[in-house]
Design a protein around this ligand. Sequence first.
Ligand code: TXE
Length: 483
Amino acid sequence: MKYIQNYIGGELMAPKSGEYLDNIDPSRGIVYSYIPDSTKEDIDLAVEAAENAFPKWATTPKDERSAIMIKIANLIEERMDEFVAAESLDNGKPESLAAHVDIPRAVSNLKFFATAILHFASESHYMENGAHPGINYTTRKPIGVVGCISPWNLPLYLFTWKIAPAIAAGNCVIAKPSEITPMTAYLLSEVCIAAGLPAGVLNIVHGLGQKVGDAMTRDPKVKAISFTGGTQTGETIAKIAAPMFKKLSLELGGKNPNIIFADCDFKKMLSTTLRSSFANQGQICLCGSRIFVERPIYEKFRDAFVERVSKTKVSYPTDPEAKLGALVSKPHMEKVLSYVELAKEEGGTVLTGGIQVHLEGEYSEGYYMRPTVIEGLAYDCRTNQEEIFGPVVTITPFDTEAEALMMANSTVYGLAATVWTENLTLAHRFADQLHSGIVWVNSWLVRDLRTPFGGVKNSGVGREGGFEALRFFTEPKNVYIQL
Ligand code: TXE
């Protein structure tokens, strides 16, 4: 069985502890490889390597940095099938999803930031009047050693979404993938070596959040942390990092509303809502888990949706017909199933799903669950307020725009929202009033990598994407010259 290695100072190496953790294949419920159980010692080594690499990398011309990143992207593309299979095996998601979304998007992230850095400009402000005529110009320099911590739901996609802008901007990185899905980050380290990325520019340290993530967060030499994961973990990181005045970008949970008005394009809405509810087994922070439907079409929607959901195929990840694969881990599946029980206690009716699925043969111990639709819950009950992060949605009717808005905005989260209507004025008005970092009208998860990505309220602090990310990973300095 494969022993994953850390990537530190340009080399693949075992953790200093010599200890490894089990890496489980969620589609079968068995251990299939081992992950370094790294400690502070490995982080110390990585930080030293990053510090040593920084002066040279920070002054390497942009186009050279860009060329190496393009090479990394191309090498991933050359090994596409291997990356796709690895992502799907590690995470449980259908291979078709990894092939269409995860790995191509990781390649796009690298190419996007490799080229974005070539167009990244800083500002100049001319003061023509008053007592101090002069020019301000702002430089933007890399920060130094930065940390990137990513979750398990979109493993390589989110890992590269952080690493790419960091290294494009000239920083050196300590990166920690989720211990639940480390495999494609390991393959990435092989690719970085093959592409000739200078030693120490990217260091990938595997292991537990409480050990490796914590050590990285506490290290005063790590000047910025970019984190995606649970809101509670984000809070823990902020508490440690804030007194050291580290720059922080936190992309946290969501409880996204999907608001469906009666005049919508029903057919398009229905098929998109299936995806926005259950793509990646509902384990995307952008999934719409609270569906609000205008009363005149509530029953029509409910019946059509439940029929489609009940026919959705849950299967092993390599089944080309699979629409949902396995959930990422046993504890996570149990957590999601416990929310179904909570929903029942809170007075909800499970219209379809709500149960674990046992597939045949070698997949019988995998972590599968039927996509679940629940109705009859109050908008402010726990099921409708807490992030479940699985294939569970609730449906709720509404009578007025004001009521829909009140319910949509009622959670502590504010990441993404979807609005379905053919009424242009209503769409603008509603989008404007939603407490949300991202709004999709008549669509879902359409991503332009130039746009700011992130949430309000407990969904996070800061924005990723485009020049926002390059600004995060650089330190501005303003110089004023009197004329
Ligand atoms: O996330 P964690 P988990 C939500 C979702 C899920 C819950 C927990 O609701 O059920 O979070 O998931 C590292 N210091 N989301 O347990 O623990 C950890 O090793 C530093 C939403 O996977 O937040 C991993 O690399 N790092 C989300 C990363 O943080 C620490 C996606 C995320 O793990 C750490 C995933 C610590 N003390 C889950 N503890 C989204 N918004 O996309 C853990 N980590």
